[in-house]
Write a protein that binds this ligand. Sequence first.
Ligand SMILES: Cc1cc2nc3c(=O)[nH]c(=O)nc-3n(C[C@H](O)[C@H](O)[C@H](O)COP(=O)(O)OP(=O)(O)OC[C@H]3O[C@@H](n4cnc5c(N)ncnc54)[C@H](O)[C@@H]3O)c2cc1C
Length: 454
Amino acid sequence: MATVLDLLRARLGDAVSTDAAELDAARADKSGHAAPDRPLAVVNAREIDDIVATMRIATQTRTPVVTRGAGTGLAGGAVAGAGELVLSTARMTALVELNVDDEYAVVEPGIINGDLNALLAPHGLWFAPDPASRAISTVGGNIATNAGGLLCAKYGVTRDAVLGLTVVLADGRVLDLGRRTVKGVAGLDLTALLVGSEGTLGVIARATVRLRPLPRGGIATIAAYFPDVERAARAASVISASGLVPAIMEVLDARSVAVIAAYLGQPAREAAFLLVHHDGPGAAADADDSLAVIRSLGGEAELTTDPDESEGLFRVRRSFHGAMERRGRVLIEDVCVPRSALPEMFARIADIERRFGLEIPTIAHAGDGNLHPNFVFTPDPLDPDGVPEHVWRAADEMFVAALALGGTLTGEHGVGLLKKRWIGDELGDDQQQLQRGIKALFDPLGILNPGKAY
Ligand SMILES: Cc1cc2nc3c(=O)[nH]c(=O)nc-3n(C[C@H](O)[C@H](O)[C@H](O)COP(=O)(O)OP(=O)(O)OC[C@H]3O[C@@H](n4cnc5c(N)ncnc54)[C@H](O)[C@@H]3O)c2cc1C
């Protein structure tokens, strides 16, 4: 009887790879989690028909499929192991259509977020979702994880920027979901359901994305220092509560400031950092109001309206992941709490840090209450790919704290493999059962990214 590899090769030829390096790369993503064994093969899809053929063969042979974009995910969602097939959409990179008047673009899923924006900029347009990985992650991956970023408190998360999707179902059927119009309420919103579905409901083969005009008017960026991170977080919460909507508002605890300074070779200031960036016609006046809040709460602040200086401040913040990679192994977490609870969440993380004897440098997209605590650890020599149990226990306490404060386990990275053991705590039995029922409707054989997300 023909094997799944025979069938794939006969239909897809050299799009099917069993190259050892490619298989090894597909065992892992950027979460630090790796499957112990290699997957069966990688299919490098070139067009929608390749995805359809792969899914038909996978259904015929009951072979599990892990869809993969650039593999930059931080939840283990794209990790593939023994007996699984990897379906990569990374080579489908075309900008299929650009409609400047109606402000939308149709793209293939493998286009890199930053590359799409470079193509849009000459038209004065912009795809707003801006994960810090925008230079290396695909738009398909951004959609499958409902990626956020620095700018999403003002400009929205990925779901807000997706109008329609072409999706290949597990059995190879092709669905055209959504619309090209600004509004539309026909039927249940399956487009929104697919956004953030982490490769478990279908393969995103094409997307119609909403574009925005590039922001016009001035900019004003504030760099503020506070004696402790709770006070920096309080200032961020008060800025939000006073009706100001900064384009970017980031809090870094003193540990993160020190780690970044060492990485950039700059002198470190022993203080927590708050970065507030306003854009648009009212930027200067809004920045004055933010400055007043910061100073009233004991922050020392400087303001710049110079785009280069402002970019330099963003670079400091965007250096965080690189700086952490130099520290050794890190578990990058992603809890999100109501904005008013940010100071309390920082306090609870500091408490966990002390009790478990861990270093947990933490930054936050303060405009939307999303914290990224980074658990630094020494790997267990017997399980070099794994996270030590005491680190999971510390993370467990942090998830409990976030849920108790009315928050969520993940603001933007997704559940993947890493958060699966906690997802029931947030969803509860009834919702989890309903979600699994929806999954079974889309994928009755359970071959799409099995064991991930819910
Ligand atoms: C340095 C760094 C910074 C980061 N910063 C951010 C940030 O600010 N905000 C943020 O949200 N994330 C961030 N991330 C995480 C990551 O970049 C995002 O989750 C990104 O959206 C993943 O895109 P990808 O193309 O790498 O997808 P992958 O990692 O390949 O896949 C991620 C998930 O999407 C699924 N998937 C991928 N493509 C498809 C498709 N075509 N159809 C169906 N399912 C698919 C996969 O099965 C998997 O479950 C960061 C990561 C790094 C390494």
